[in-house]
Design a protein around this ligand. Structure first.
Ligand code: CP3
Length: 352
C-alpha cells in the first residue's frame, strides 16, 4: 500500500502528501553533542564513516533526537575514492586531504573501476540496517559526489578557494580532465546502484562546487557527467528519485533541470518562488532555507519555513536547508527547524 511508504519517498515520487517532508543536509554532525562526544572517542573521520557500527549509530543520532523524515547515510562524498586507488583523509579544521593529487594521464589510467561490494561493504551494511530500523517512519537516503566535485578534490588535493589547479587542467589539458570525470561518472553510477540495492530509497548527488563554473564550462565539465550518472542509474533503477544539489546554482538552474534528475536542491541565493518559476512544472524542489537562519530565533526559523513552503506550493517539495547545517548551530535551533517543518500546515493551511 503506497500510503504506508515513508512520506519523503512518496513526496519525492510526486504523490500528493499531507505536508512537505523535512530533513537536513549534514543533519548528523558537529552541531550535535552526541556526535561531538562520539568524535572524542573516535577521532578518525575515516573510522567514524567506515566502521559500520559507528556509521550506523551516527546516522541514527538525528533520527533519535528529532525524527526527521529522511535518514541520510553517515559517510562522505570522498569515501569511494580509496576503492578507485586514491587515498584520502579528513583532518579536523583543514577538511579533506588527498595525499597524491591527480596530475597525469598515468595516474588517471591507473584508477580502478569502483567495485563497492568489495571495497566498501560497510556502506551496504549500514544502509540495510538503517532501513530495518526506521521502517516506514523515514526514508533512507543515499548520496554521492558528482564527478566535477570529486575531481576538484582529487586534482586540487584539498578544499580550494578559487579552483585554480583544476581550472588549469580544464583549460590546458581538457582531455585529461575529461578522462578523469568519465572514470568517476562510471564508478559513481555503480556506487549509486549499490546503495539503492542495499536500501537507499532516495539518492542525492552533490555537485557542490559546480557553481564555481561559468555556465559554458558547466555545460562542458559538470552537466554531461551528472547526466551520465543519472542515465546509467535510471537505466537500471528508474523508480528511485534522484536529487541534484549545487552550491551557488542560481546561474545554472535551468541547466540542472536538463540532467534527468527528479528534484533540484536549491541554495538560498535564489527566491523559492523565482526558482520554481525557472524550473519545469514536473520537477520537484528541495532546500532553499539559509543555514545561517538557524543562528536566529525560533520565530525567525518558523517564519522562513512558512514562506518557503508557501512559495513551493503546487510542486513536489522537500523541506531542507540550502546547504549543510553549520558547525556551532545551537542544537535546539536544529530541533526548532524540524518541529516548525512538521507543523507548517497548521500555520499556513492547506488551501490556496
Ligand atoms: O548529510 C549528512 O549528514 C551525511 C553526511 C555527509 C558528510 N559529508 C559528513 C561529513 C555528507 C552528505 C557529506 C557530503 C560532502 N562531503 C560534501 C557535499 C555536501 C556539501 O557540503 O557541499 C562535500 C563537499 C564533502 C567534502 C567534505 N567532507 C568537506 C568539505 C568536509 C569538511 C567540512 C568542514 O566543515 O570541516 C568534510 C568532512 C565531513 N564530512 C564532516 C562531516 C560531518 C565534518 C568533519 C567531522 O565531523 O569530523
Amino acid at each position: 500500500m503506497s500510503d504506508s511508504l515513508p512520506l519523503l519517498l512518496r513526496a519525492a515520487r510526486g504523490e500528493s502528501v499531507e505536508r512537505p517532508p523535512v530533513w537536513m543536509m549534514r543533519q548528523a554532525g558537529r552541531y550535535m553533542k552526541v556526535y561531538r562526544d562520539l568524535r572524542d572517542r573516535h577521532p578518525s573521520f575515516r573510522e567514524r564513516s567506515e566502521n559500520p557500527d559507528l556509521s550506523y549509530d551516527i546516522s541514527m543520532q538525528p533520527f533519535e533526537a528529532f525524527q526527521p523524515d529522511g535518514v541520510i547515510l553517515f559517510s562522505d562524498i570522498l569515501t569511494p575514492l580509496p576503492g578507485m586507488g586514491i587515498d584520502f583523509d579528513i583532518v579536523e579544521s583543514k577538511g579533506p586531504l588527498i595525499q597524491d593529487p591527480i596530475k597525469s594521464l598515468a595516474q588517471v589510467e591507473a584508477l580502478r573501476p569502483l567495485q563497492p561490494e568489495e571495497s566498501m561493504p560497510f556502506v551496504g551494511e549500514v544502509l540495510s540496517r538503517l532501513r530495518e530500523s526506521v521502517g516506514n517512519k523515514a526514508a533512507v537516503l543515499g548520496f554521492v559526489g558528482a564527478p566535477w566535485t570529486l575531481g576538484a578534490y582529487v586534482v586540487e588535493g584539498k578544499s580550494s578557494k578559487n579552483y585554480a589547479v583544476i581550472k588549469a587542467m580544464a583549460f590546458q589539458q581538457p582531455e585529461l580532465l575529461h578522462r578523469l570525470l568519465d572514470h568517476f561518472a562510471e564508478s559513481i553510477a555503480t556506487y549509486l546502484r549499490y546503495q539503492i540495492d542495499s536500501g537507499a530509497q532516495v539518492v542525492q548527488m552533490f555537485d557542490s562546487w559546480a557553481g564555481q563554473l561559468s555556465p559554458l564550462d558547466y555545460d562542458t565539465f559538470a552537466a554531461p557527467y551528472q547526466k551520465k550518472v543519472v542515465d546509467l542509474v535510471k537505466a537500471t533503477h528508474p523508480d528511485t528519485p534522484m536529487i541534484l544539489y549545487i552550491s551557488g546554482s542560481a546561474g545554472v538552474l535551468e541547466r540542472m533541470s536538463q540532467t534527468g534528475v527528479d528534484i533540484i536542491s536549491l541554495d538560498w541565493t535564489v527566491d523559492m518562488a523565482e526558482g520554481c518559476a525557472r524550473l519545469p512544472k514536473h520537477m520537484g524542489v528541495q532546500g532553499n532555507v539559509d543555514p545561517g537562519l538557524l543562528f536566529g530565533t525560533p520565530e525567525a526559523i518558523r517564519d522562513r519555513i512558512d514562506d518557503t513552503v508557501r512559495k513551493a506550493r503546487g510542486r513536489r517539495h522537500i523541506l531542507n536547508l540550502g546547504h549543510g547545517i553549520l558547525p556551532g548551530t545551537p542544537e535546539e535551533n536544529g530541533r526548532a527547524f524540524f518541529e516548525a517543518g512538521k507543523t507548517v500546515m497548521d500555520r499556513i493551511g492547506t488551501a490556496g
